[in-house]
Design a protein around this ligand. Structure first.
Ligand code: NAP
Length: 321
C-alpha cells in the first residue's frame, strides 16, 4: 500500500461535551494513548453538576454532582486528556491528508479529527406557559441545589413526576416549609424508593391531574394557576414564592442535525458500539436515544464510544501506513 499521510494537527478523536459520558470517553481515550481533546461548551453545564446528591453511582454511596464531575475530570486529565472551554458551532466532513475526517469550528479556532464523540447531553424542557420566561431567575428555577436556600421557610412548587422532580422536591424540603408537586397524571413516573420517600415526607403535597396554566407574580413569583386536566374548567391558584420545573429533557443535538440520524425527539440514534449513522462520529450519554439516563449509563456509553473510536482510528491508520 502506498504511504498515506495524516497531517500533524489532526486529533485521533475530539470529544464534544464535559459531562459524565464525555469525561469517561476522555479517560478511556487518553489512557489508551490516543491523541485526544475534549471541548466543553461554555454555555452548557452538565446537568449533573447541579445535582445535589447522587446515591446510585456504584462504589460511592453518596456524592454531590459537581464533586463527582471534578473527580472524573482530574482522573482523565491525569492520563493526559486536554480539556478546552470551547463551544463547537459547526462540524463538517473534510479530507485530512489522504483520509476522511471531520473539521470542528468554534468561535476562535478550527480543529481536525479522524473521529468525533458527541457527548453534548440534554437540557431542561420548558413548560411554555405565560410567566415562565418572565420570572426566570426571579422565582422560576431549573436547579434546586442552586436556589433552594432562597426558599427557607417559604412555599414552593415543583412541576413533574419523574425522578428529577421527586428527588429535587425532597431536597427542597430541607429548606422550604411546604413543597407542592404538580403532576399532570395521578401516578408518579419516579422510581419506587423516591416515591416512598416523597409520600412519607409531610412537607410534600401533591396536586394530581394538574397542568400549569400560568405562573403568577409581580416583581417575582407569587403563585401558580393550575387546571384539572380531567375537568379543564376547574382551576385554582396555589400561592408560592418559587416554582421549580423538572418536566424532562431536550437533547442538545442541533450541532449534528443533518449529519447523523436522530429519533423523532431529536436524540441521536447510536448502535450498541455507540457508532452513529455518520462514519467516524460516535455518541454517548444523555444525547442518545436510550431507555435509562443515569450517570452510570453515560459512563458506560462513554467507555464504549472511546473504544469504538479507537478501533475506527486504528483501522484508518492501518490503511494509511
Ligand atoms: P422524565 O423521566 O422524562 O420525567 C419528566 C416528568 O415530567 C414526567 O413525570 C412527565 O409526566 C412530566 N412532563 C413532561 N412533559 C410535561 C409537560 N409538558 N407538562 C407537565 N409535565 C410534563 O425526566 P426527568 O425526571 O428529568 O429524568 C430524566 C432522566 O434522568 C430519566 O432517565 C431519569 O430516570 C434520570 N434521573 C435519574 C435520577 C436517579 O436515578 N436518582 C435522578 C434524576 C434523573 P408523565 O409522567 O405524565 O410523562
Amino acid at each position: 500500500m502506498a504511504d498515506i499521510r495524516i497531517p500533524e494537527n489532526v486529533y485521533d478523536v475530539i470529544i464534544i461535551g464535559g459531562g459524565p459520558g464525555g469525561l469517561t470517553a476522555g479517560l478511556y481515550a487518553s489512557r489508551a494513548g490516543q491523541k485526544v481533546m475534549l471541548l466543553e461548551g461554555s454555555s452548557t453545564v452538565s446537568q449533573i453538576t447541579v445535582t445535589d446528591l447522587i446515591e446510585n453511582y456504584p462504589g460511592i454511596p453518596e456524592i454531590g454532582g459537581s464533586e463527582l464531575i471534578d473527580r472524573f475530570k482530574s482522573q482523565a486529565v491525569g492520563f493526559g486528556l486536554k480539556v478546552k472551554p470551547e463551544q463547537v458551532n459547526e462540524i463538517t466532513s473534510e479530507y485530512l491528508g489522504d483520509v476522511e475526517g471531520w473539521k470542528l469550528r468554534s468561535d476562535n479556532e478550527e480543529y481536525h479529527a479522524l473521529s468525533v464523540i458527541v457527548a453534548t447531553g440534554a437540557h431542561w424542557r420548558y413548560l411554555d406557559v405565560p410567566g415562565e420566561k418572565d420570572f426566570l431567575g426571579r422565582g422560576v428555577s431549573f436547579c434546586a441545589t442552586c436556589d433552594a436556600p432562597f426558599y427557607r421557610n417559604r412555599e414552593v412548587a415543583v412541576v413533574g413526576g419523574g425522578n428529577t422532580a421527586i428527588q429535587e422536591a425532597l431536597y427542597l424540603t430541607k429548606f422550604a416549609r411546604k413543597v407542592t408537586v404538580i403532576h399532570r397524571r395521578n401516578r408518579l413516573r419516579a422510581t419506587g424508593i423516591l416515591q416512598e420517600r416523597a409520600f412519607a415526607n409531610d412537607k410534600i403535597d401533591f396536586a394530581w391531574d394538574s397542568a400549569v396554566e400560568k405562573i403568577l407574580g409581580d416583581s417575582g413569583v407569587t403563585g401558580v394557576r393550575i387546571k384539572n386536566v380531567e375537568k379543564p374548567d376547574e382551576t385554582r391558584e396555589i400561592p408560592v414564592d418559587g416554582i421549580f420545573l423538572f418536566i424532562g429533557l431536550t437533547p442538545d443535538t442541533k450541532l449534528v442535525e443533518g449529519i447523523v440520524n436522530l429519533d423523532k425527539d431529536g436524540y441521536i440514534i447510536a448502535h450498541g458500539d455507540m457508532r452513529t449513522s455518520a462514519k467516524g462520529i460516535f455518541a454517548c450519554g444523555d444525547c442518545i436515544h436510550k431507555s435509562l439516563r443515569q450517570v452510570v449509563t453515560a459512563c458506560g456509553d462513554g467507555a464504549t464510544a472511546a473504544n469504538s473510536a479507537e478501533l475506527y482510528v486504528d483501522e484508518i491508520k492501518g490503511q494509511a501506513y
